[in-house]
Design a protein around this ligand. Sequence first.
Ligand code: NAD
Ligand code: GLY
Length: 352
Amino acid sequence: MEKIRVELGERSYDITIGNKILSRLEREAGRTLLVTDSTVKKLYAREIASALGTEHVFSFPAGESSKRPETSLDICRTAARLNFDRKCRFAAAGGGVTGDLTGFAAAIYMRGIEFIQIPTTLLAAVDSSVGGKTGADIPEGKNLIGAFHQPSAVVIDTAFLATLPPAELKNGLAEIVKTAVILDGQLFEQLERDPESLFQKPDFEKTYPQIIRRCCELKGMIVSEDECEKGRRAILNYGHTFGHAVELLSDYTLPHGQAVAAGMAAAGELAVMLGVWSKECVRRQKALLNMLELPVKIPGKYNTCDLVAAMRRDKKNLNGRTRVVLCSDIGCAQLPVEADEKDLTEAWERIR
Ligand code: NAD
Ligand code: GLY
């Protein structure tokens, strides 16, 4: 079992990573509402509730279509009906959808209570459970409602990964590739060297724990530097401005990881067009995404004008100008830059 500390002054917390570590979860004196989706409820709710010492479970239908503010309100209303006070906490056990919704509910219930993250998808383990971004989608755009609210602990039990369908493993791999492209050239080389142990024959004993630890370390470092995304944290959104546009146009039916992969492919093309990234870097990124069977083309028959229009809704935009994160090398991202709509259209066209 290993611990990584996210340093945020009085809001600091530990990320604990290990195999079959749930039984070592600390039981709090206050009461806990376990929040989970319908799939994870069937698989793990009993085990997790017993580890947390609670009998209160709230569940919602699995999938991004549940990531609406109303679901977070339902969590709060359930807590209110149970007479939860400010000393009670929520525990999010599931993927990024569960974590984002539960964190948002914790941010607004009685103006803020504690919550813990127990990620059960790879994507949540390497990315969404860390950093305190919480929220929900609205028809107008992805993640447009939300709050920064840090968890008080993140407990990553790699035993959960064994039941993940391959498609969900791939969604997590997209965020791992993102982390490597923006921050860690060595991690990128490791992924290039041994894609088999990630996907064809996933090694949950060694490879995954090591990669999860590295991704959490890197994300924790960025979050400690810039908790509320006033600057450098924006690099974690590499591929996301493009990706969120496809997610929106797909009516949130396209999985986030797939959208991010296509978004990175488009961002790579834009960086080459603007002369900030070499053709060799974009080739390597595309080859790795291909090896992991992630999309490097627009996933769907979307019109490029509609995609560019959807990008105008991104939270990073300022004064009506679309801003995107680009890389200058493998392992080195730049702060967001403004992009012309003509260039954005061309970048999309290049991956059509
Ligand atoms: P998800 O939460 O919908 O989980 C994917 C699917 O896997 C669901 O059907 C779920 O029921 C199932 N599942 C979960 N654990 C399982 C297990 N152990 N075995 C079998 N099935 C399991 O989606 P996700 O990919 O985890 O997360 C995507 C969401 O995360 C998006 O909404 C995205 O915006 C958000 N996100 C947030 C952040 C952040 O910083 N807050 C970062 C990245 C992504
Ligand atoms: N996933 C982007 C962030 O946490 O900042």
